[in-house]
Design a protein around this ligand. Structure first.
Ligand code: HEC
Length: 173
């Protein structure tokens, strides 16, 4: 009895899983339109994630100071404002250049494994699900490459020439 129920359940699950595929097959003549809509959804979601995920706070010059009033075409081009601490001085990268130079799969792999110096919250990227990472990539792809590379990072103890935010040493463990 239990085994029979089990099989019935499995069949129901299989049926549920199979339905979208049947649907997709029926939609075949409209595939380009359907793909454009799916792509639009990714771009829209990517825009949202970049906004609420705080990427602009560091990777877009003047974003925080203007309460987010930087036109979207200028987003994610990196910043000349350095972050100075025990790790040296880092500059938020121009993501419009770095991400547009990667394939979607390479970006996902990188986002899931990368480590960077502070204050980049790389550990947050590790926690994003794959579809969210894909959406961010497609949004940045949609914006296209722009701007120039951010200044190269400076080694610990080297004084930055331009403006930089000073970080204290992390609390002792
Ligand atoms: C608090 C500031 C800050 C925030 C917020 C932030 N970043 Fe960064 N990010 C940096 C800095 C600084 C670097 C350069 C780190 C280094 O040189 O080691 C960096 C580096 C990176 C890199 C690696 C270098 C490259 O371009 O390939 C990626 C990818 C990245 N950030 C993506 C993101 C994304 C996506 C978000 C939003 C989810 C984000 N960052 C949010 C400051 C930040």
């Amino acid at each position: 009895m239990i085994a029979a129920l089990h099989t019935a359940c499995a069949a129901a699950v299989l049926l549920a899983l199979a339905t979208p595929a049947v649907h997709a097959a029926q939609n075949k003549p409209h595939q380009p339109a359907a793909n454009a809509t799916a792509q639009g959804k990714y771009v829209e979601r990517g825009r949202y994630l970049v906004k609420v995920g705080g990427c602009n706070d560091c990777h877009t010059a003047g974003y925080g100071m203007s309460a987010g009033k930087v036109p979207e075409k200028d987003w994610l081009q990196g910043d000349q404002l350095g972050w100075h601490g025990p790790w040296g001085t880092t500059y938020p990268t121009n993501l419009r250049l770095s991400m547009n130079a990667l394939s979607e799969d390479d970006w996902i792999r990188m986002a899931q494994t990368m480590q960077a110096r502070p204050p980049m919250p790389w550990f947050t990227l590790h926690q994003m699900d794959k579809e969210d990472l894909r959406a961010i990539y497609r949004f940045v792809r949609h914006l296209g490459p722009a701007g120039k590379p951010a200044p190269a990072a400076l080694a610990p103890g080297v004084a930055p020439k331009g403006p930089a935010i000073l970080f204290p040493a992390p609390p002792a463990k």
